[in-house]
Design a binder for this molecule. Structure first.
Ligand code: NAD
Length: 330
């Protein structure tokens, strides 16, 4: 049985090869899955894709024509897959529902700490023998209010950490988590949660959440609020946030995801001319921290991603009746 991996990075090869206990034939392709590359899936029973691979109806019909049976996402979010089209063509779709949610939660915390205490600036300053503290003033997180949008696996892990810092945690979700309420998290309507000192997004990207942070919702936030997005770029109207940064409405922005990341992230563009003026504008702000979709990137998470994906493919291909805990999407 053959699996073709699109958008494969060297670490994907390392981890999937190591945890290929099923003995599948693995083929790693560096390029993303799209209209031009879909033919590379011919002869495979499964394709394994990542966040920026395009898995629309057209691609799915071509995968079906090549007799591919399974689309395995090696991530949690599945906004880039047309599940209806997959169902219509009889393709099974699986994902990794929860791989070390702590990895993403801890990265969100790292972004808050960096932006607040300006460690990114201090690091460069000290290397240049500049030991001045001017401009590095931060504030205590203890006692601040943290607003969380989406308290699933990652939001829950993030809430626990922030409670440990002595923060007040308020949250918005379609379903309140009883365990979190017992720990002290207070569920409020979205517009109340947005009034927090720091707002962190942990909901999935879908029709309801697209641009959940926009001109109107930014207006509800307090002056000088901090916004963190480690979820999906499409949750944030980037131009509206740029305007909010210019006026000081937002005092700091930490993003691990970006609306137009497909063309940039996971590749070295250090010798290229970047045509995307929006990310260039974002990078020009001293109070914006951008990481290239690395929140998931820990040893533990990669091990779990590889083992869960291989197990799901094995189960689906061999029709084993094993509990896949939310991994099968259709
Ligand atoms: P999850 O499914 O466990 O939790 C999502 C939560 O969001 C659920 O509680 C759900 O009820 C809630 N939700 C859904 N719609 C909502 C809405 N309209 N408003 C408020 N809440 C809503 O997912 P998770 O594992 O916590 O992951 C969350 C997201 O994080 C994923 O969808 C993915 O996009 C992103 N993610 C990013 C990285 C990264 O490396 N940056 C890694 C993994 C996941």
């Amino acid at each position: 049985m053959k699996i073709v991996f699109f958008s494969a990075q060297p670490y994907d090869k390392t981890f999937f090869t190591k945890y290929n206990t099923q003995g599948f034939e693995l083929s790693f392709i560096e390029t993303a899955l799209n209209e031009q590359t879909v033919a590379l899936a011919e002869g495979a029973e499964a394709v394994c894709v990542f966040v920026n691979d395009r898995v629309n109806a057209d691609i799915i019909s071509k995968l079906a024509a090549f007799k591919v049976q399974i689309i395995a996402l090696r991530c949690a979010g599945f906004n880039n897959v047309d599940l209806e089209a997959a169902k219509n063509h009889g393709l099974r779709v699986c994902r990794v529902p929860a791989y070390s949610p702590e990895a993403v939660a801890e990265h969100a915390v790292a972004m808050i700490l960096t932006l607040n205490r300006k460690t990114h600036k201090a690091y460069n300053r000290v290397r240049e023998q500049n030991f001045s503290l001017q401009g590095l003033l931060g504030y205590n997180l203890h006692g601040k209010t943290i607003g969380i949008v989406g308290t699933g696996n990652i939001g829950k892990a993030f809430a626990s950490i922030m409670l440990g810092f002595g923060c007040k945690v308020v949250a918005f979700d379609l379903i309140a988590n009883k365990g979190l309420e017992e720990m002290g998290v207070v569920y409020l309507p979205l517009m109340e949660v947005l009034k927090a000192d720091i707002v962190s997004l942990h909901c999935p990207l879908n029709e309801q959440t697209f641009h959940i942070i926009n001109v109107q919702t930014l207006g509800m936030m307090q002056d000088g609020a901090v916004l963190i997005n480690t979820s999906r770029g499409g949750l944030v109207d980037t131009q509206a946030v740029i305007n909010a940064l210019k006026t000081g409405k937002i005092s700091a922005l930490g993003i691990d995801v970006y609306e137009q990341e497909e063309k940039l992230f996971f590749k070295d563009h250090s010798s290229d001319i970047i045509e995307d003026d929006t990310i260039q504008r974002l990078m020009s702000f001293p109070n914006v921290l951008i990481t290239a979709h690395q929140a998931f990137f820990t040893d533990e998470a990669l091990m779990q991603i590889a083992t869960t994906t291989m197990k799901s493919i094995d189960n689906l291909l061999n029709r084993k009746e094993v509990d896949l805990k939310g991994a099968v999407l259709g």
